[in-house]
Ligand binder design. Structure first.
Ligand SMILES: [Mn+2]
Length: 375
């Protein structure tokens, strides 16, 4: 009789545990890991840490979104790595990756590794490229799958209030927290934040060449964008996109960035413009220094391939030094000094001459370890 009772308890407990497990896994596949391919789900079910990623996003987490297609996935990983490296105040980060199905497994493996090395200071979730159900076929016909994905983040990420969207070709040199805190300065109508496309009218692109309306005097660059998704959903952001596209599609040169500029031309009260320090491009230094960045460069944006060419060597050097950096090793020795030693000065590149601007923030907080020779 006693044995019988034990058996009953055992069977009931197992049943509850199995049921709980099934709920957890299902929850993961349908929310945090929307649309993972069969291989990836199997891998996640196999690995313990995978399940942790399915927790609903925590309001205090800083959510960084990146969209990755094709070759761009290495850039996206390098951006993520830099955000972790310079997250010196240990803010909780959540990376939201929207990627082509064949790239997902690679993200899962890398990010699981990095989570372990960094004591789970960040969480992540991976999504498939997704267009709004309404007009899906038309969206798909009009845009290349990756190109305009970020325009649809409000409907893809309904479980998240606000995100920092960054292009895959960006590198953090300062804590994300600093930029994130600008959300608190948004007035009641603002739902997005971006940096100007140019600082100088003589070199501006939109004011000289655009055949469509754009924001302000010089337009905005969409490579780094604070997005209050809740407010964007209230505004019905996505319903504004299609009419703009239909009207201007033959005049768009910079794709979704032009659409964003047209939208904010009509709704300037919705946008907060932040300084170029947070979206620093070669345009800011190649002819002359036009971005003051008094506290140093905070995010570098290697647009037009500057991370991968030697035209402005400092951009390539920042990228490769992040790539080669090993987590939990000394940032002063393995980032700051590596860059100082590798940059051949005097250089013909005007951007190289601004080395001190690029290293200003890291130098301030990652000092030379005086005892490193002894240990
Ligand atoms: Mn870019």
């Amino acid at each position: 009789m006693k044995v019988h009772r034990y058996l009953t308890v055992l069977v009931l407990t197992s049943f509850v545990l199995i049921w709980y497990y099934i709920l957890r896994v299902n929850n993961g596949i349908f929310t945090g890991l929307g649309g993972l391919g069969a291989n990836s789900s199997a891998a996640l079910a196999r690995r313990g840490p995978g399940l942790r990623q399915n927790a609903p996003s925590n309001a205090s987490e800083i959510a960084i979104v990146v969209v990755a297609c094709g070759e761009r996935h290495n850039e996206a990983l390098n951006m993520i790595k830099s955000a972790i490296m310079f997250n010196r105040n240990q803010s909780p980060l959540r990376f939201v990756v929207v990627a082509e199905d064949q790239l997902k497994q690679n993200f899962v493996e890398k990010l699981d590794d990095w989570q372990e090395i960094n004591d789970n200071i960040f969480t992540y979730e991976i999504h498939s490229l997704t267009f709004p159900a309404k007009d899906k076929d038309e969206w798909k016909k009009l845009f290349k799958p990756c190109a305009a994905q970020r325009l649809f983040l409000p409907s893809l990420l309904t479980h998240i209030d606000s995100v920092l969207y960054v292009d895959s070709d960006t590198i953090f040199l300062a804590p994300v927290q600093e930029l994130w805190s600008l959300f608190k300065t948004f007035n009641a109508s603002q739902f997005a934040g971006m940096a100007p496309e140019h600082e100088d009218k003589n070199a501006g692109w939109y004011n000289r060449f655009a055949r469509h309306p754009y924001y302000g005097d010089l337009g905005v660059n969409s490579g780094v964008m604070l997005m209050n998704l809740t407010r964007m959903r209230e505004f019905r952001w996505e319903q504004h996109i299609m009419p703009i596209y239909r009207e201007f599609r033959l005049k768009l040169v910079w794709g979704d960035q032009d659409i964003i500029n047209i939208l904010f031309h009509h709704h300037p009260d919705r946008l907060l413009v932040f300084p170029c320090d947070w979206n620093y491009r070669a345009d800011h230094c190649m002819y002359m220094s036009v971005c003051e960045a008094p506290d140093g460069v905070k995010i570098v944006h290697g647009n037009r391939g500057y991370f991968h060419s030697l035209v402005q060597p400092i951009f390539n050097l920042l990228y490769t030094t992040v790539e080669e950096y090993a987590f939990r090793t000394d940032i002063h020795a393995n980032f700051i000094r590596t860059i100082e030693d590798s940059l051949a000065l005097p250089s013909n590149s005007n951007c190289d001459k601004l080395l001190d601007k690029f290293l200003q923030d890291p130098r301030k907080y990652f000092k030379q370890n005086l005892y490193e020779e002894d240990t």
